[in-house]
Each structure stands twice: as C-alpha cells, then as structure tokens.
Design a protein around this ligand. Structure first.
Ligand SMILES: *Cc1c(COP(=O)(O)O)cnc(C)c1O
Length: 399
C-alpha cells in the first residue's frame, strides 16, 4: 500500500499525536487489524468490490457543483462537493462500506458501532443489512431520546440499538460500552469506528476510505477549472473524517489553503462549546493522544454544539497534528453563525445542508475571498435530520 499522505509513523503517530493507548485485553483485536488492513485494502478484489459499491450503492462520484448565486454573493468561485447526495445522507457511508468489506475478509460475523447523532449508526446498520451481518449499535440513552428518527431507521434496518445509561448517557459513554463489548468478543466481532479517531490504525484506515472525496475532486476540478487543485478547501471537523477525506490529496500542495470549521456552540470563550482546537489541550481519549477538552484534573468536559455531529470533546490525531504544524487553519463557528449559513445556502441554491456542513459554509464570512479564487466547500451531509432544529429556530411561516 502507498505511504499515507499524512506521514504517519509505524506506531501510528502523526508528529506527537496518535498512537494506540489501549487496555492489554484489546491488543489482540487491534493487532489483527493492524497486521491485515494494508494487505486486504491492496487486494484487487477488495478494491473492485468497494468501487462497485461506492458507485452503484452509495451513488458516487458525488458531484462537484458550481454554486452560482452563492458565488455571486461572495464575489468568488464557490464549489460544493456534494457528499449530501450520498445514500444515507452523508460522507459516513464511504467509511462504513470500506470497513464492512474489511470485516467480511477478516471473517467477522458481528459488527458493533457507537453513535451520537445516529448518522454513523445508520450508515453501519445499512452496510450490515447489505451484507447480512449482525449489528449492535451503542448509543447514549439521552441520544436515543433526542435522535428518535435515526433510532427507528437503525431498527428498521435490523440493528439492535442499545441505550447506554452510564455517565452523561451520551457519545463518550456509548464508546466505552462498545470498547467493553469488543474486549468480550475478540474473535467474531469487528468494531466500525465512524471517524478518524480511536487507536491506530483506525485514523489511518478511515482517512484512506474517505480520501475518495479529494480523489474525485482532482478530476472534477480539472474538468471545471482546468487544474486539479483549488485555492482553498473548507470542511467541518467533528472527529475529522470528512475533512481528512477532502484534504487528503492536497495536503502536500502548499498552494491550497485548508480550513477546518469547529463547532463553537455559544462561543469558544464560553463553557458551552465544542471548539477543541481553540480551547483544548493534549490528553488521551479513546485510545489516542489528541487535543481534547478537559478540566485542570484531566476530566473530559462535556462538549456543546447545536450540531450533534460536531459535539465531540476531542479531535482526531491527524487534525491535532495539522493544527500544531499550522498546515490547516481551524476556525470556531458558533451555532448562530452556522444557522445563518444554512438558511443562506438554502435560499441561494435550493440546498438544505446538514447543521455540521453549515459550519463549513459559515467560514465564507471569515476569510478573504477574491473574484479569481476557486473555493471548494465539502458539503458533508443533508439537512433532513435537522429540520426540527431549523424549524424551531427560524419559526418558518409563509413569506
Ligand atoms: C458525523 C458528521 C460530521 C462530523 O464527523 P467528521 O468525522 O468530523 O466528518 C460532519 N458532517 C456530517 C453530515 C456528519 O454526519
């Protein structure tokens, strides 16, 4: 397999971040994955089956859409990479498809996952139905209540959704429960992690599965603007997988400016925030050394963002590293700014974006744009799941 473009070392470190800080009992599971993922992902049969599923099942390539009215408004050339048009509504299916094929080749019969908002749970339940594999999704009890439509989707797809009642009953607690399950079921179970987080090799393999996003952009930009690279790429960052995929093939091209949008919640200077880059410090969470939000005693502080997909107390090791090196500029975006950007895109282009993606759109107001620039925004998902939030904020009525 090719070297990772993100310069990961053999122990899974991106600079000083990453690694695999795991309990001894998890070592065999992680070692099995580590010892086989390069070989499996290089198999022509694996590549072919993944390519066919990405095309015929997920609907790839996702279009690169030149947004004319948004461009006119910002007096620049703005393109949207339409991950919102994928099957199940976001980029998460790219990784779920890759990992289910990996699990199948490792002979696994049982799939576990954890989910916060439910988008990764839905993608995982979808690929398990596709392959006829047992699926167990751990979800904080609070999230099970908050995300009822996604819970119903997972159950209709045949997954067992297990509400987790420990701790704050949210994503962090669901993750602990999934890890416990994996330790108890080391031989027949694969754990599908949904972002570029967790112990090595997860951040690397998830980034590789998401790199299809920028791989397609190379060709699509060549066709549309006559060169394979834009002047800037903007993506939102929860754990960081859609951004990792959108940046992947451009990371070593210094002509491409890269921007990550974090969920700042009520503001990066308030306690109600998820802006890890702005307020975080180094620590270990979910098996990896990363930037995370913690108090003076090293206790994880509860993150807050209006967007459930950005409501994570850390950020994956590759983004922690790209922040440290300055290659990517990470900007905090508040709830209010994201909501404004969502309505703006909807009214200018007829596209209702996911709340997560709206954070990336809001960055257009924070950087300087010129008429000769070509800017790509990774539109990571669609807004169907966020209609309750949009409706209660805007109180839509006939205009
Ligand atoms: C899950 C999700 C995100 C955040 O996850 P990343 O791993 O940072 O990409 C962003 N957008 C959408 C639509 C999501 O569902």
């Amino acid at each position: 397999m090719e070297e990772s473009i993100y310069n990961i070392d053999k122990n899974g470190f991106y600079g000083t971040f990453g690694g695999a800080f795991i309990p001894e009992m998890l070592q065999p599971n992680v070692d099995e994955l580590l010892g086989s993922y390069h070989r499996i992902m290089d198999e022509p049969g694996f590549k072919k089956e993944l390519r066919i599923l990405l095309t015929d099942f997920a609907g790839r390539p996702s279009p690169l859409y030149f947004a004319p009215r948004l461009s006119a408004h910002y007096k620049s050339n703005i393109f949207l990479k339409r991950e919102d048009l994928n099957h199940t509504g976001s980029h998460k299916i790219n990784n779920a498809l890759g990992q289910i094929l990996l699990a199948e080749r490792l002979g696994k019969k049982r799939i576990i996952a954890e989910t916060g908002a439910g988008q990764h749970g839905v993608a995982t339940a979808t690929v398990c139905a596709l392959k006829g594999l047992e699926c167990i999704v751990y979800m904080g009890a609070t999230d099970v209540e908050r995300q009822a439509p996604n819970v119903a989707r997972m159950r209709m797809l045949g997954a067992k959704v297990v509400p987790v009642t420990s701790g704050n009953k949210t994503l962090k607690d669901a993750t602990n429960e999934a890890i416990r399950d994996w330790i108890s079921n080391p031989t027949d179970t694969h754990y599908i992690i949904g972002s570029v987080v967790g112990p090595h090799p997860y951040p690397d393999l998830v980034a590789r599965f998401q790199s299809i996003i920028s791989e397609e952009m190379l060709e699509q930009l060549t066709e549309k603007i006559g060169r394979p690279y834009p002047d800037a790429i903007i993506a939102c960052v929860g754990g960081g997988s859609n951004a990792a995929g959108a940046f992947y093939h451009y990371i070593n091209n210094p002509e491409v400016k890269l921007y990550g949008a974090e969920g700042a919640g009520k503001g990066a200077d308030t306690p109600e925030t998820a802006a890890t880059m702005a307020v975080g410090s180094t620590g270990i969470l979910h098996g990896s050394k990363i930037l995370l939000m913690q108090d003076e005693y090293g206790q994880i502080t509860e993150p807050y963002s209006i967007s459930a997909g950005l409501d994570y107390p850390g950020v994956g090791p590759l983004h922690s590293h790209l922040h440290a090196t300055g290659r990517v500029n990470y900007l905090p975006v508040t709830d209010t700014e994201a909501l404004g950007a969502a309505l703006q895109l909807t009214r200018l282009e007829g596209i209702i974006p996911a709340l997560e993606s709206s954070h990336a759109l809001a960055v257009l107001n924070k950087i300087s744009l010129t008429p000769d620039m070509n800017v790509v925004i990774n539109l990571s998902g669609r807004g169907d799941k966020d209609m309750d939030t949009y409706t209660s904020y805007f109180g839509f009525d006939n205009e």
